[in-house]
Write a protein that binds this ligand. Structure first.
Ligand code: GLA
Length: 387
């Protein structure tokens, strides 16, 4: 049995033990890393995420009585039982707010969905900036799409999941994580246009080029619900309004010097980051299309400097991980995700993977930081039915 088939069998068996009958199906949705294009999605801009092998696997069966009964292998053992008709934003706490939020969001859009029994199990680390909440939402969304015959498109499912996170869980995120979780394909990075939700699969062959992509989880938990993310988003919207633009995506790199001159000091660095970051996405896609993935390295490191110095969402741990990885032979490294902690990605020659991971671990020990967890990112499939 492959890894996915074995996971599906375990989750199916656990579902039967917990809910006392067999599920209608088993679905999976992955976490992600973003290669480049950070804090661009809510500016209608571009990003280049890829799905991780780590997934949320979810078994579900329709119920006719309007109850949503949720159980998680990572929970406290109890079943969270909710009446679908009574779901309201803010009323559900903890991990259950993500799947419950998706059911609420579907109903809020007027779609005819009712209850279900659910059991889920996730290998996506939480609080690591790897989109564990998007994986949870998207696994539930693809399951409900089939259970209730909704036939929503992948971008529609991503919008529903994002709406659940924004309006039900109260996290003002953009759409990148959910688009990555539902649209990514094995062996590829996803070139995402956050305005139109158009996507292009860009082949990303690490192994064929003797490369590996390490994920260094700093263990510093980030929390997008706190005010910092919302404040940055608000700053970008104010800057776009001052510039007379629908969104910062509409400012070209060549127009940047003129635009910056007319902006208040607090907003100019935000605009510089977003505009240069969108340009870096374009360059990264061109490098991959030209069959030169190693050329991503300097773009990653430049992206980190921009997040550190202009957008100011890095922290001592992510800065140290980037510096130590690059000093030890990584072609480039940067924080990935919203920031304020979370994970760093490092593009490394395969032969240097061990020494780069060791160098970062040693640097953390020397600085008195807890040891980072090291994962490997392999471009993996998006949300799908497993059985
Ligand atoms: C978080 C949000 C995304 C995106 C990133 C930053 O992951 O959920 O929508 O804004 O931060 O690129």
């Amino acid at each position: 049995m492959t890894g996915a088939a074995a996971e599906a069998a375990t989750v199916r068996r656990e579902f039967a033990r917990i809910h006392g009958r067999s599920p209608d199906g088993v679905w999976a949705a992955p976490g992600r890393v973003n290669l480049i294009g950070e804090h661009t999605d809510y500016n209608d801009g571009f990003a280049l995420p890829m799905a991780l092998p780590q997934t949320t696997v979810l078994a579900a069966r329709r119920r006719a009585d309007g109850l949503l009964r949720l159980h998680s292998a990572q929970g406290d053992g109890a079943i969270t039982e909710l009446a679908v008709a009574d779901l309201v934003p803010g009323a559900v706490a903890g991990w259950a707010r993500y799947p419950a939020g998706v059911v609420w969001a579907l109903r809020d859009r007027g779609l005819p969905v009712g209850g279900a029994d659910v059991h889920l199990d996730s290998t996506v680390p939480t609080g690591a900036g790897l989109s564990s909440s998007a994986a949870l939402e998207c696994a539930l969304a693809v399951a409900y799409d089939e259970l209730y015959g909704l036939r929503l498109s992948r971008p529609e499912l991503a919008r529903v999941a994002q709406y659940a996170e924004n309006a039900f869980a109260g996290v003002p995120c953009g759409v990148m994580d959910q688009m990555a979780s539902v649209c990514c394909a094995e062996g590829a990075a996803l070139h995402l246009d956050s305005r139109t939700l158009e996507v292009r699969q860009v082949p990303f062959d690490l192994t064929g080029h003797g490369l590996r992509l390490l994920v260094l989880d700093t263990g510093v938990a980030h929390d997008l619900a706190d005010g910092a993310y919302a404040a940055l988003r608000g700053g970008c919207e104010r800057a776009a309004a001052l510039l007379g633009l629908a969104a910062l995506r509409d400012l070209a790199e060549a127009e940047l010097p003129g635009a910056l001159a007319g902006l208040p000091d607090g907003l100019a660095p935000l605009v510089r980051h977003v505009v240069t970051e969108n340009a870096r996405v374009g360059r990264a896609v061109a490098a991959l299309a030209a069959g030169e993935p190693e050329a991503l390295g300097p773009l990653l490191t430049a992206g980190h400097a921009s997040l550190r110095d202009d957008y100011r969402v890095s922290c001592p741990e992510t800065d140290l991980a980037v510096a130590a990885a690059v000093a030890a032979g990584a072609l480039g490294a940067r924080m990935t995700g919203g920031g304020f902690g979370g994970s760093v990605i490092a593009l490394v020659p395969a032969a240097a993977a061990g020494s780069v991971a060791r160098a970062v671990t040693d640097a953390f020990a020397a600085a008195g930081f807890a040891a980072p967890a090291v994962l490997e990112a392999v471009p993996s499939p998006g949300a799908r039915r497993l059985g």
